[in-house]
Design a binder for this molecule. Structure first.
Ligand SMILES: *[C@@H]1O[C@H](CO)[C@@H](O)[C@H](O)[C@H]1NC(C)=O
Length: 193
C-alpha cells in the first residue's frame, strides 16, 4: 500500500505545482494584455466632454436625499458656519432645474463644513451618469465649495468607464434654495481618453 501511496502523492503534488505555475503564467499574460491596453489608451487622442445638469440636495421632508452623519462636538459657542458637521448624500441629477425633469444620474458622497470663518465645504463626491452616451460611467470631484459665492469651481480628479483618467473642473452655481432644498446648477468640463 505504502509503495503506491508515495508515488501517487508525488504525482498529486507535481500536478498541483504545474497547475499553479500555469495559473501564474496566465496571470502574467493577463497583466501584459492589460498593460498593453492601458498603453494604447494613453496613446489615443484625448476628448473633451461638457455636461450640464442640476443637483438636488434635499435636507428634509419626504424626498430627503442628504443626512447629517457627524454632528460637531459640543463647544462653548455653537459655530455660525456649522464647522465640523458632515453630511452624506445620494442626490439626483436632472436635465432641468425641476426635480421632475429627466434624471441623468446621481451624485453620491460627503460634504463637511470645513471653515470657521465662512460657509465652506470640503466635498468628496462621485457623479454617476445613468443616461445618454456616458451611461454607466462616473467621475469624482474633490475640493472646496464656498456655497455663498455665486460661482464655485471644484476639481475633477478621476473617473471610470468612459471617464477613465479624467481630469477637469466643475462649476457650481446655486439656482434656488430654501429650508428643504438647494438646487445647484453644474457645468462640467472633463478631459478623458
Ligand atoms: C422649498 O422649495 C421646494 C421646491 O420649490 C418646495 O417643494 C418646498 O416646500 C419648499 N420648502 C419650504 C420650507 O419652503
Amino acid at each position: 500500500m505504502g509503495k503506491v501511496v508515495g508515488p501517487v502523492l508525488k504525482l498529486f503534488f507535481v500536478v498541483l505545482f504545474m497547475s499553479s505555475s500555469v495559473h501564474s503564467s496566465s496571470n502574467i499574460e493577463e497583466k501584459r494584455e492589460s498593460d498593453h491596453r492601458f498603453q494604447k489608451l494613453l496613446c489615443s487622442k484625448q476628448k473633451l466632454t461638457r455636461l450640464h445638469f442640476y443637483f438636488h440636495d434635499i435636507v428634509s421632508g419626504q424626498a430627503q436625499t442628504t443626512v447629517m452623519v457627524v454632528s460637531p462636538a459640543k463647544t462653548v459657542k455653537p459655530s455660525p458656519t456649522w464647522f465640523g458637521q458632515v453630511n452624506m448624500f445620494d442626490n439626483p441629477l436632472t436635465k432641468g432645474p425641476e426635480l421632475t425633469s429627466k434624471l441623468l444620474g446621481h451624485a453620491q458622497g460627503l460634504y463637511g463644513y470645513a471653515s470657521q470663518v465662512d460657509i465652506s465645504l470640503l466635498v468628496a463626491m462621485t457623479f454617476i451618469i445613468t443616461n445618454g452616451r456616458h451611461d454607466g460611467s462616473s467621475f469624482t470631484v474633490l475640493g472646496r465649495n464656498t456655497v455663498t459665492d455665486s460661482t464655485r469651481e471644484l476639481p475633477i480628479v478621476g473617473g471610470t468607464g468612459k471617464f477613465r483618467l479624467a481630469r477637469g473642473f466643475a462649476t457650481a452655481k446655486t439656482y434656488f434654495f430654501n429650508d428643504t432644498v438647494a438646487i445647484v446648477e453644474y457645468n462640467i468640463v472633463v478631459i478623458h481618453y
